[in-house]
Design a protein around this ligand. Structure first.
Ligand SMILES: CC(C)(COP(=O)(O)OP(=O)(O)OC[C@H]1O[C@@H](n2cnc3c(N)ncnc32)[C@H](O)[C@@H]1OP(=O)(O)O)[C@@H](O)C(=O)NCCC(=O)NCCS
Length: 136
């Protein structure tokens, strides 16, 4: 999977049981997958078509660092389907633990007028993923 973004959990994002709000996690994922697919499709205007089952495996607490990863599952005509994971970074162990996973489909058509993904980008999506992984 490709590293996309990192978030640090703030006190204002914590509910009464001491865990990060589910809706806050979803907004983090939403922003991250929009950035990921936007880069791959070279498009600033994307629409989320579908959010799949979201599994919250472990709690996120104040000051936890959450790293978000994504990978492409399917390249459609006007849409891309991706897998997304949020992982909590453990500074003591230097490891990551899965906290949340889902899948999402995004469309580059913002109206019902189909807007196909550029054919040059379709063939070069693997290259784009390599670029995504490379620091600039
Ligand atoms: C995006 C939108 C303009 C597409 O219009 P449409 O007339 O439904 O277009 P289509 O029927 O041609 O489908 C578009 C894509 O959705 C995909 N799609 C349809 N049903 C799907 C499903 N159940 N799961 C995943 N993808 C699906 C189609 O395969 C197609 O992708 P492709 O071209 O890569 O194959 C329209 O669905 C829309 O405006 N949706 C609202 C999006 C939104 O507001 N998102 C914010 C969420 S709060």
């Amino acid at each position: 999977m490709h590293y996309v973004a990192a978030k640090i959990c703030r006190a204002s994002e914590i509910g009464i049981n001491g865990n990060l709000f589910a809706g806050t996690m979803l907004s983090w994922l939403d922003e991250a997958w929009t950035a990921f697919v936007g880069y791959l499709c070279r498009s600033q205007s994307l629409i989320t078509l579908k959010m799949e089952e979201v599994l919250f495996r472990r709690p996120v607490k104040i000051s936890h660092h959450v790293r978000i990863y994504a990978s492409v599952r399917r390249v459609g005509t006007t849409s891309l389907t991706i897998d997304v994971e949020a992982r909590r970074f453990d500074f003591g162990q230097d490891t990551e633990e899965l906290v949340c996973s889902t899948g999402s489909s995004l469309s580059i058509s913002t109206t019902r007028q189909p807007n196909p993904i550029d054919s040059r980008l379709r063939v070069s999506i693997d290259q784009s993923l390599a670029d995504f992984a490379r620091p600039r």
